[in-house]
Design a protein around this ligand. Sequence first.
Ligand SMILES: [Zn+2]
Length: 215
Amino acid sequence: MIGIFLSSASSAATAIVVAAKLALLNLLWDMKYKLNILLFIIFIVIPATTVYAQEENRRFFSSGFCTVFYYDDVDLKRVNRHLNLVFSNFYSPRNYKENPGTSIEDMISDKFDAIFNRAEEILDMYPSKIHVAINIYKKQEDMDKVYEEFFNGPNKAVSFYIYKTNTIYTIESQLNENILSHEMAHCIIDHYFVILPPRKIQEMLAVYVDVHLKD
Ligand SMILES: [Zn+2]
């Protein structure tokens, strides 16, 4: 009986030790688990939601020649007001007034395409399958950051075109038909020539487009 008692006592003690070890392991596991969850939240979930939140605020729409990207703080009505298309018989503001169902995106799309058409016409260059991305930023600083990443230097322009990304970068407050036609001209020139003319010649051609836009 004693033996049995002892053995059962020792087995009880062993059981307690095992239980204590298991509890400790569980606790450690639990801590590690909690720590892992915490680290997961800090490094994976939070940045992902930030990116997701940013991406959620990023919007776009497409026209025949352009896909326009912008964050929802950009005032599209202001962008539309700044695009004055007296040169184009393709676009008539009166038609839009008669049709209140036309969205602001549609109005801007039509204007952008009209400017693109006109730039091609002035250059007499019609590269096939041409399509350009246009990023509209709210603030100059936001656009400057992109420029600095690409060129490792400070930006001095209110807009620019990068061939590598086939994108026009511009800001809400500065965008107008002349600036846009100039940058679109850079896109058209870069896609037209097999061997690109020197930078200065490209610039002369682009300036020619914005100067003669309303001829
Ligand atoms: Zn230029």
